[in-house]
Design a protein. Structure first.
Length: 392
């Protein structure tokens, strides 16, 4: 850490240059003799990246920012808040602390929180920032797994977010991440009442459940309809072969959750499908990731349009449906739409349709934007149709 970056005149410079071009800023001569242009540009860039992702850090004066990769890999503030409500016990350890976002929110819920991080710079930065934020954390600049192995202590919660970037390459399997969860699984289980593992959104949920064994629940966290992270909870008291899957939808208002068991979804049958009615629904990406396609027809009183078309419909609006909601204006057969369409601008969405949105925009010469939505899909009679909708 270059603590000269914390001087008031330097902090003002960083704040005043948040909208500056970063490459240009890094090439200009630094106005501060003990600080390089690269350091200034890095602080500006990383602070700017926190504006919407980590508002507490962004709005707190005197925060020291790490390189952008650490910001990219850190949990977002809403996701960290959500996770903090899942921890158990008063002794919590974060084995892969990083920038310290998750650890900070754990410390707002538990009295004894330990942070482990092998990277010396990140550890120093996080420790400094926690003092600025007024959060009490026990900092250990060590390998988290080795620290765990060095004592017999049992924690209420062990949290681990293995790195999915190994030797600069992205990896997606648990066994390929660092640290290796699978090889250390027995140790992690034996030292925790609750083990919480964060993984990449692309990881296959059911394959990971089989790999971990005895998963008690899985949380799929989406923020503004973008899947951000998967959380696997291993609870020694409540493990089984049919874990609860919770979809957590985080947006501008309070998080909405929807939970189900995989056996429920597997065993629930849809006997018939529906023509498009007055309202159309697109499930949030968290539900799609969870593979929840049938139960939501029961729980939200909607009908599915076709087995493989994950669009839903009803004649009355269900404002609680976990996803986007539309008012249907008109339905076309795809061939008729091609002949009659006069749209110059619209938002194009495809569900179970043989042509991509990008190719449709080119073919139809429709630009993105506006209030109109065109949903291209296959109906219950396996016909290509187009739904003209407005957001509800």
């Amino acid at each position: 850490m270059n603590k000269d970056l914390l001087n008031i005149e330097v902090q003002n410079f960083i704040k005043d240059n948040l909208n500056s071009d970063i490459p240009s800023l890094s090439l200009k001569k630094s106005p501060f003799p003990t600080i390089s242009s690269k350091e200034l540009a890095e602080q500006v860039d990383s602070k700017k990246r926190c504006e919407h992702k980590l508002t507490l850090w962004f709005e707190t004066p005197g925060i020291y920012y790490p390189p952008k990769l650490a910001i990219e890999q850190a949990s977002s503030e809403p996701a960290a808040k959500y996770k903090s409500n899942l921890i158990a016990g008063d002794d919590v350890i974060d084995l892969t602390g990083g920038f310290g976002v998750d650890t900070c929110f754990f410390a707002k819920k538990a009295n004894n929180v330990t942070y482990c991080e092998l990277n010396k710079e990140l550890s120093e930065i996080s420790k400094y920032n926690s003092a600025v934020l007024g959060v009490k954390i026990n900092y250990q600049q060590v390998d988290g797994i080795e620290y765990l192995r060095s004592s017999d202590k049992i924690y209420g919660t062990i949290y681990i977010d293995p790195s999915r970037r190994v030797n600069t390459k992205k990896v997606f399997l648990l066994k390929d991440c660092e640290p290796d969860i699978i090889i250390n699984l027995e140790l992690l289980r034996s030292r925790s009442e609750l083990l919480m593992i964060k993984t990449a959104p692309l990881l296959d949920i059911h394959a990971t459940i089989n790999e971990l064994k005895e998963v008690s629940s899985v949380h799929i966290v989406s923020i503004k309809n973008e899947c951000k992270e998967l959380l696997y909870l291993v609870d020694s008291q409540n493990c089984g072969n049919d874990p609860m899957i919770t979809c957590a939808l985080i947006g501008a208002i309070e998080p909405m959750t929807y939970s189900f068991r995989t056996s429920e979804e597997r065993n629930y049958g849809i006997t018939e499908y529906s023509d498009p009615l007055d309202f159309i629904y697109l499930p949030d990406v968290a539900l799609l990731k969870a593979g929840c396609f049938k139960l939501i027809t029961r729980d939200f009183s909607v009908h599915k349009i076709q087995q493989h078309t994950h669009l839903y419909t009803s004649d009355r609006l269900n404002s609680l449906f976990p996803g986007r909601k539309f008012k249907l204006k008109k339905v076309w057969n795809y061939g008729t739409f091609i002949k009659e369409q006069s749209f110059k601008k619209a938002n194009i969405i495809c569900r179970n349709f043989p042509i991509s949105p990008e190719d449709l925009k080119k073919k139809l010469k429709i630009s993105d934007g506006g209030d109109e939505y065109l949903l291209f899909c296959i109906n219950k009679n396996n016909e290509l149709i187009v739904l003209n909708c407005l957001r509800n």
